[in-house]
Design a binder for this molecule. Structure first.
Ligand code: CA
Length: 664
């Protein structure tokens, strides 16, 4: 009863404070049964909607995904724990459904609910399909790559459309999930593209930008070629229709996404999904609002939506039904689609308890699944800072990793100032921040965190908690950043900086992450925020692979080097503090030198010497006299060596990495 009285108070137009809301919501019984919201079994089709505040609920069954009158309208009956239930004594495969709730005396708009696993075109109605029939051949034996630690992964962040839509891709299913299933594709010059390109590059995981059903692309008008990154979630548990070859048929997108996962798994590549539970595309019109008004969101004291996402609202992971939703949703993707990892957008909008439960539950399904996220918000939140899944709180989330904005901004220059340079482009004073990146933001006796630009204290308990990168889909691509910050320099000189920047990322402790196409010097014509820019901005021109073959080969060797040498992949802060030893550069700016010593992390090499010269002058360093193999020098890198050296006084070419290794 208290629930109903409190609801009535809020409905009467009295501004409910945040505390009042929490008090009301905490009286709702939550429901975490696996039968939310629709199941099919031998006795028929069963519907269970969680909506404790609804006064009545109607279920409608339709013959098509849109533009049709209901075949049946059923009044649902109140069940236990805030649910409403209805059953139809037949298997309704091929049909569609919506819920409609009455709240505060008014019937809200129809909704497919929050748990639609298949949807009609544009996601307005949920679909009833037989999921067994969506499995590709061999799906029961399908498995992603085994990795023992997240930092054994090499992550490649890509958008389906960017990757395949350009004519030079040679791929038939342009902009579709199926693009990844095409073997033997090439650019006009004959270089490999598509999945063959990924195999050649050597990445272990692709991180796909949002691939759940999002709002912005009209699936009924795909020839319009609308582009969007997809950070506008609509149906969290169904794939996006515009990436399928037929969004009208609800099973097609499911089947084709599984085919994509299977093709990548068959190539030894895992799939990480970008998930955006922190906000929804709509406010009052979202599926959350239309099933349980108010409950799934945080609000300001005046009753308006709080907005830590910068997108108009933020979800409330601290509430049990929302927490269960996030946990069960990622579990569903892991189980039904065999997803190998999850990247949480604006993760700090979620609380640490939720994120720990996410990681714990996923590891039960498959211990190789990993979770990382953006350890920040895009605005202030009512969630207390101490509870937020922030970068600075990552030590409270032992199985979660966060992006290192430290290494990102220090290596290439700050993201908010396009002309700003970084260590790799000759700006002095960033050495200590780069070193924070090199040690994976762990405590290290030779790193002075007080000189760090972004972080003033070590935040990672182990290097497995940090994702190192210099660029991603957000902000300028590395190519564009180098063009803006090195005006007047040749492409060759900018590519020296690109090589140096990525050498720092790929040799650092932590997990390396790269943005698709950087290996072929892909640009976005200087556009910072290309979330809805046309293909002419976002598409990767694969002829650039031919033009920039030297850069591409450098990436291949760099990834090979990292994968062959566990010294770059230490798993404990103690090991990093013990085996990673910086050399004293005696105040020389633009120079960082360190050794990975004593067969670090079981490496076959006794010692690896890594030197970065970010300045535009050659620099002299002293290296112990020994039989060294030269791995990288003056913009050339080969994982097995390009020559030998006896050590002593060595010249490090401007804007380049020198890497030496010795077995004894
Ligand atoms: Ca959609």
């Amino acid at each position: 009863m208290s629930t109903i009285i409190a609801s009535a108070t809020m409905a009467a137009g009295i501004d409910a404070s945040a505390q009042d809301r929490d008090a009301v919501y905490s009286t709702y019984e939550t429901y975490d049964g696996s039968d939310l919201e629709m199941t099919v079994n031998s006795t028929g089709t069963h519907f269970t909607l969680w909506s404790p505040m609804a006064q009545a609920v109607k279920l409608r069954i339709f013959p098509t995904g849109r533009n049709s009158a209901p075949e049946q309208t059923i009044d649902m009956t109140r069940g236990e724990k805030g649910t409403w239930r209805a059953s139809v004594p037949e298997r309704l495969y091929g049909k569609f459904y919506t819920f409609q709730i009455k709240h505060d005396g008014k019937w809200l708009d129809e909704t497919p609910g929050v748990w639609a696993k298949a949807v009609g075109v544009n996601g307005q109605r949920a679909a009833i399909i037989d999921f067994d029939s969506t499995d590709p051949e061999g799906w029961d034996k399908d498995k992603g790559p085994a990795i023992s630690h997240i930092n054994d992964a090499v992550i490649y962040e890509m958008h389906h459309r960017d990757f395949s839509v350009h004519p030079s891709s040679g791929i038939a299913s342009k902009g579709k999930f199926l693009a990844m299933t095409e073997q033997g594709t090439t650019n006009p010059e004959g270089d490999k593209t598509g999945i063959d390109h990924l195999k050649e590059l050597g990445v272990t995981h692709v991180h796909i930008l949002p691939s759940y059903d999002y709002n912005s692309v009209d699936e009924t008008n795909l020839p319009a070629n609308t582009y969007n990154w997809g950070y506008d979630p609509q149906n969290y548990n169904a794939p996006e229709g515009s990436y399928s070859t037929n969004p009208v048929d609800p099973a097609t997108r499911v089947t084709e996404m599984k085919q994509m996962v299977k093709a990548l798994h068959d190539a030894g590549i895992g799939v990480v999904m970008d998930v955006v539970y922190n906000h929804t595309a709509e406010n009052d019109g979202s599926n959350f609002s239309l099933t349980a008004p108010g409950y799934y969101y945080r609000h300001r004291p005046d009753g308006s939506y709080s907005d830590a996402s910068g997108c108009g609202n933020e979800t409330a992971s601290e509430r049990q039904q929302m927490r269960d939703f996030i946990v069960n949703s990622v579990k569903y993707w892991a189980e039904e689609y065999h997803i190998d990892g999850f990247r949480f957008d604006l993760m700090a909008i979620h609380d640490t308890t939720t994120m720990n439960e996410v990681a714990r539950e996923l590891k039960k399904i498959n211990p190789d699944i990993f979770v990382y996220g953006e350890g920040w918000t895009a605005g202030d939140s009512p969630l207390p800072v101490g509870a937020r899944a922030l970068k600075d709180n990552v030590s409270a989330m032992p199985q979660i990793a966060v992006f290192s904005d430290d290494i990102r901004d220090a290596v290439k220059g700050h993201y908010t100032d396009e002309k700003d340079r970084g260590f790799a482009t000759g700006k002095p004073g960033l050495e200590e921040t780069v070193k924070i990146g090199i040690v994976g933001a762990t405590a290290h006796p030779q790193v002075d965190y007080s000189k760090g630009n972004n972080s003033k204290a070590p935040y990672a308990s182990s290097p497995s908690q940090v994702i190192n990168y210099v660029s991603c889909h957000d902000d300028l691509t590395l190519t564009d950043k180098l063009a803006k910050s090195l005006p007047g320099e040749s492409v060759a000189d900018r590519q020296r900086a690109a090589k140096l920047a990525q050498t720092i990322v790929f040799t650092s402790q932590g997990t390396p992450f790269m943005f698709a196409g950087e290996e072929v010097f892909r640009d976005k014509k200087g556009v910072h925020n290309s979330y809805n820019s046309p293909d002419s901005i976002n598409a990767i021109d694969w002829s650039q692979k031919h033009d920039n073959a030297d850069l591409f080969n450098y990436y291949v060797e760099l990834i090979k080097l990292r994968k062959a040498h566990p010294a770059f992949r230490m798993t404990s802060a103690e090991d990093v503090a013990k085996h990673l030893v910086f050399d004293d550069m005696k105040g020389q700016t633009g120079l960082i030198s360190y050794s990975l010593k004593d067969h670090a992390n079981g490496d076959a090499w006794k010692e690896i010497k890594v030197v970065f010269n970010g300045s535009s002058e050659p620099r002299m360093i002293k290296v112990a006299k020994a039989d060294w193999t030269v791995i990288a020098e003056d913009g050339v890198l080969n994982a097995e060596g390009i020559g030998s050296s006896k050590g002593g006084r060595l010249m490090v070419a401007p804007r380049s990495a020198l890497i030496l290794a010795r077995e004894k």
